[in-house]
Design a protein around this ligand. Structure first.
Ligand code: ZN
Length: 488
């Protein structure tokens, strides 16, 4: 693709909200969403003339279309690290406009490009994985790893050093794990990135976690809760005191649910304090505290200090030890509304997990209002979905009949979903509200299964039922359901 290069694209086209059409250069047309300045147009025409594309046309389009094309081209124009034709083209273009376009270091550009790519894909993490011959770069998108790029192994030290420099880590320290943060400025937003390094046999493995992402911030009624969960849950979170727990494995969207919950109940009339690890999104009007083990600020210590600050509502990122559990329960019993999360597969197991941590059954049954288990499934891409019959194997795997599910929706794969057939995610929920009977079972140390059965008798709808509803509605696929609810 020598008719267009990344520098030109990154520095002159995309910042001005201009993108070539997909058929470029066969169709030499550029789409803009804001009318470009005359000098910008002149620069672009001049550069394309040098690239032997004299007949450039400009056409107006909406911002969404331009952004889609920008993502398309950024994915196509991977930066070149070697002495590429790309660079030669730039040398030929001996012009003052090009001096600043080519002055940047290739490595810096490569790292910036990868971060930009990850943001385009709405990835949660970027993984740099050194192997014997390659540095493999992958992103986690909608919970699933996606290959992005493979670079020759000899580029690995430079890339690693660049990232460590950005995070102010010690470049010389290669044999011990390090962690840090990067405040990264993208064109229109500032990103908060967490970095961790781990020495591997072929070099340091680096993971960048992108915080402050737009999808962490969603309102409660947009999470995909079925009506029979949303309505009671919205009432439960208005209670003056007690504990509400959200459970599920890592990456099941618990934090998003908690943020949406706090936003919903944050009317400005109550004091809300959180302790989190990490603070993933900043909420207005809420005091958020970041766990910091280096100064002894863990969940338990943080929670103890929070209680002294006279809060009405407290959110504890996670309960993973006896001490945190005890303080949380004590706070709930002394008039606070407490939200937290636990790593259990279903709602009923949260109760027995607390008992396993050594919390008294009586305290559990008198403080907990409700437990909600959740998962995230990928949604079928609406741009390439098609109706296909459910196979006998799939029906068998899910324990459903083909007569109930004659056809399902599935994505063929298209440009907008990076050929995965999926775009975005939606939650699956199971809300366990404690009744007198379930409380009694808890206080007699009944096992999770008995609590679950009692709740089902009282109308609990399980994660799996919610998953099958979403399959029926064409929102997700059998593979996704099996992937996220295997253990349920
Ligand atoms: Zn698609």
């Amino acid at each position: 693709m020598n008719a267009l290069n990344l520098q030109f694209f990154d520095q002159l086209l995309s910042p001005n909200h201009i993108a070539p059409v997909e058929q470029f250069p066969d169709e030499p047309c550029l789409i803009f969403s804001n009318i470009p300045k005359i000098e910008t147009i002149a620069k672009i025409r001049f550069l394309f003339r040098l690239l032997r594309i004299p007949q450039i046309r400009f056409q107006s389009g909406n911002e969404e279309k331009v952004q889609r094309l920008i993502k398309h081209w950024r994915a196509k124009l991977a930066p070149q690290l070697d002495e590429s034709s790309d660079k030669k083209t730039l040398n030929q273009l001996d012009n003052e406009y090009l001096i600043d376009l080519s002055s940047d270091n290739q490595i810096i550009k490569m790292v910036n490009h990868l971060i930009q790519r990850a943001v385009d894909l709405n990835a949660s993490d970027i993984h740099f994985e050194p192997e014997e011959k390659y540095l493999k770069i992958r992103c986690r998108v909608d919970g699933v790893m996606v290959d992005i790029l493979q670079l020759p192994a000899n580029e690995q030290p430079a890339i690693t050093s660049r990232i460590k420099l950005m995070a102010h880590l010690d470049i010389g320290k290669k044999r011990e794990p390090q962690d840090g943060r990067i405040a990264y400025q993208l064109a229109d937003r500032s990103l908060d990135i967490r970095i961790s390094t781990l020495p591997g046999i072929h070099g340091e493995s680096i993971v960048l976690r992108i915080l402050d992402r737009g999808d962490v911030h969603v309102s409660l009624d947009k999470l995909g809760m079925p009506e029979d969960v949303l309505t009671p849950y919205s009432k439960l979170i208005q209670q003056p005191h007690g504990i509400i727990l959200i459970t599920g494995p890592t990456g099941s969207g618990k934090t998003t649910t908690l943020y949406a919950t706090l936003e919903k109940i944050n009317t400005g009339k109550q004091k809300i304090i959180t302790i989190e690890d990490p603070v993933e999104y900043q909420l207005e009007g809420i005091t958020q505290i970041q766990v910091n083990p280096q100064v002894g600020l863990n969940f338990a210590a943080g929670l103890r200090s929070i209680v002294r600050q006279d809060p009405d509502i407290i959110m504890v990122g996670e309960i993973r030890d006896h001490e945190t559990a005890e303080i949380a329960i004590e706070s709930a019993l002394t008039g606070h509304l407490v939200f937290s999360t636990l790593h259990t597969n279903d709602a009923a197991s949260a109760i027995t997990r607390l008992q396993d941590m050594g919390v008294d059954s009586y305290l559990i049954s008198s403080s907990i209002i409700a437990v909600m288990a959740q998962r995230l499934v990928r949604k079928v891409c609406l741009d390439c979905s098609e109706s296909v019959p459910l196979s006998p194997e799939e029906a068998d795997l899910l324990g459903i009949s083909q007569t109930d599910f004659p056809s399902i929706l599935r994505g063929k794969g298209c440009e907008r979903c990076a050929n995965t057939g999926y775009r975005g995610r939606v939650g699956l929920y199971e809300l366990l509200q404690l009744s007198d009977k379930t409380r009694h079972l808890i206080s007699t140390n009944a096992d999770a299964n008995d609590i679950r059965q009692q709740a089902i008798t009282e109308g609990l709808r399980t994660l799996r039922q919610n998953a099958l509803e979403k399959l029926h509605q064409g929102i997700t696929t059998p593979e996704e359901i099996v992937r996220v609810t295997r253990a349920v």
